[in-house]
Design a protein around this ligand. Structure first.
Ligand SMILES: [Zn+2]
Length: 304
């Protein structure tokens, strides 16, 4: 099953600014994903010097203090929100609908690996929040299993689609919802945290919303994985829309800084379909999960 990552061209109309490290506040960075071939500045057409050459005119840097990788300079929050809220529009909904069953299957497998469905045996289905819930496929699945579900989706066409299928989905960013404190047993965010300007504020809000002993399930590309190492700046997750690229270590540190303690981490995906012969892909996929070098990871963290 091959799923193409949603990726858009760089917009030179967005405003960008230099930001400190989102994890440790550091202001010293080294280039990351900039050591490949010389790249052209998309505006002037001139070749960029090696140290500045990002993919398609943007650059990932690595914090020298904590190792977090982020796009810097970074597009400002209002422009990032406008991408998902309105600019990507119905194309984004069409992309999500086209891949809905594939995405749901991957999400379900990841949650199973992370022990999500064990919660049903322990205390029965509780209350769950899915942030960046797209077409609401996961929410529907959980609702059918007896969960009380809420969703957050800032893409307007997608939020409307969710409501048309009878789901309670808000269309504003998480922090603006003012959910009461300690109201969810489980919160999930799949392929979302890497898109946010301030992932620190995001995890602090999740900590506030979770009941004591509640769990957060976060899925994101794994920069420590085999494919990131193999492909460097051509890695499929090193794209304009991903403001941060986490490793198990940097994501765990971010969660811990908000009082969410990682209990389990599972990675998957040894190599993308079509790159290696099938038997080699099967071998890599199997061992990626076993040894933790997979292309995508899920971390389950608990509020103590
Ligand atoms: Zn840092």
């Amino acid at each position: 099953m091959a799923v193409k990552t949603w990726s858009t061209p760089v917009s030179v109309l967005e405003a960008s600014r230099l930001v400190p490290c989102a994890l440790c506040g550091g202001e010293t960075f080294l280039p990351r994903f900039a050591s490949g071939a010389f790249r052209q500045n998309r505006v002037t057409g001139r070749a960029l010097p090696r140290a500045e050459a990002g993919r398609d005119g943007f650059s990932y840097v690595r914090c020298v203090r904590c190792g977090l990788v982020q796009i810097n300079p970074q597009p400002i929050p209002a422009d990032v929100a406008a991408r998902y809220g309105t600019r990507y529009g119905k194309d984004y909904l069409a992309y999500e609908l086209e891949n809905e069953s594939a995405f749901l299957r991957l999400q379900e497998l990841a949650l199973r690996d992370a022990g999500f469905f064990d919660l049903e045996k322990a205390g029965g289905p509780g209350s769950a929040l899915d942030i960046g819930c797209a077409t609401g496929a996961l929410l529907s699945l959980l609702k059918n299993r007896g969960w009380t579900v809420r969703g957050v989706e800032i893409s307007r066409p997608q939020a409307e689609y969710c409501r048309s299928r009878g789901l309670a989905v808000s269309g504003v960013p998480l922090e603006e919802n003012r959910f009461p404190p300690e109201c969810f047993d489980a919160v999930s965010a799949s392929h979302l945290i890497e898109h946010l300007n301030d992932p620190g504020a995001f995890v602090r809000e999740i900590h506030r919303l979770l009941k004591k002993g509640g769990r957060f399930y976060v899925t994101t590309p794994n920069i420590s994985g085999f494919q990131a190492r193999l492909f460097g700046n051509a890695w499929r997750s090193a794209i304009f829309d991903h403001l941060y690229l986490f490793s198990r270590k940097t994501l765990s540190s971010l969660l811990e800084s908000a009082g969410l303690y990682p209990e389990r981490c599972v990675t998957w995906g040894g190599i993308a379909a079509g790159i290696a012969p099938k038997p080699i892909k099967a071998l890599l996929d199997k061992n990626a999960k076993r040894f933790g070098f997979g292309d995508v990871m899920i971390i389950r963290a608990v509020k103590a």
